[in-house]
Design a protein around this ligand. Sequence first.
Ligand code: CU
Length: 531
Amino acid sequence: MSSITQPIGGHEHAHDDHAHHPTGIMRWVTTTNHKDIGTLYLWFSFTMFIVGGCMAFVIRAELFEPGLQIVTPEFFNEMTTLHGLIMIFGALMPGAVGFANWMIPMQIGAPDMAFARMNNWSFWLLPPAALMLLISLFVPGGAAGGGWTLYPPLTIEQGMGMDLTIFAIHIMGASSIMGSINIITTILNLRAPGMTLMKMPLFCWTWLITAYLLIAVMPVLAGAVTMLLTDRHFGTSFFNAAGGGDPILFQHVFWFFGHPEVYIIILPAFGIISEIIPTFSRKPLFGYASMVYAVAAIAILSFMVWAHHMFTTGLPTAGILFYMYATMLIAVPTGVKVFNWLATMWKGSISLEAPMMFALGFLFLFVIGGFTGLVLGIVPLDVALHDTYYVVAHFHYVMVAGTLFAFFGGVYYWLPKWTGHMYDESLAKWHFWLSFILFNVTFFPMHFLGLAGMPRRVPDYPQQFADWNMVSSIGAFGFGLSQLVFLYAVIKCIRGGKPAPAKPWDGATSLEWTLPSPAPYHSFETPPVVR
Ligand code: CU
């Protein structure tokens, strides 16, 4: 594993201080190097992606045909809950932080992250938190089963699996807040001379804004689950109507976190796409400044739309209308971004290597997810589609075909920089086409199921939903297995392959491409040499 970030062949000069540092497992436990920590985050993210994916396998196997066949309804609920929590807090968010660790210092010409030791601590908080979520499956009463949104009163009634979940969320939140402080400080204080904010690569901008979102909303989630905890064990009644509380209060507090969380997950993906498309179009990003303002506008608006998740809770009509129009307003800056990506490609000298394929797949499918989001933002439609598979289809188009595809593109884009080797292009193309097709086989039918009225989070369904559920399950198994192609392509690239030139993509413009590939190891002691 030590070959992942250490210079290989011809770059030995970059780390003659190797002897001063621990080797083997201790290197990874004690590392303060942003590239090591980025690597740890990315592998952790992929591991959680596989774990959460196995839970999706259980869900799709149970839904393969009508009737209960494999698991109990209780265990099915535990699977949907843990699948959501693990994918969001274990796979997507740490994945984005992994990219941030690797790329932000290189893109702004910083020697490392601002708080290198805190960086180590931010990462190493995550494995115990994930472990706690998984252990909750084996305690009396089982894991939390109320869905990833943890709505009371159900979550007040559940056993100690819920307490483990609350504790895990606190720890992961602390990790996110420390990571965000690190990213903000690095970007604001450690930019190379001449690297003004409005010259930063867009990936840095999206992460800077994401980090502020995280600092704003992670404490709100912590507050929500703490109130849940005190309702459970310390006799409070925040969410208990019998004691004068209100379960709807939880939904308000949760979604004040939950909606910005959607943008926390998608904005770094926007940043990656904004790096890939200009490179493979051989043109600078169209409308750079408007991209920055669009991201900022999305972030600000994200705080004003939370109740669109609560249109069926009996809010006053005036409030419902406000949240509907505010939600639809987000389509404007998002449209600006999509327009700019298309305008960047316009008359460009486009080539279709795997990173660009994933970026185009992202564009196509994310726009579908965006539009179904707009549909759900319209009150009368949301009332009809609330808690149906239409919602499940919508957010998987945003989370999987959006963020996950951007991450895949980002991995292929930067693998030559990270490893010093070119990845196997035909394997990567296979990975793309299998993922693209099987993703749609899995999730497009869910639109039909939702429109036909199939509720989400239920382990069984009437006969009329059988056909599309079977199609969806077949797609899901295929999509999951296709990710082994990705794993194989990445391992193959780490272990060898054609040596990567410093600028593998003809036309790259960001600062990271002025460093040799792989980027020099202990850059904290050896600041990057711009060539
Ligand atoms: Cu929302």
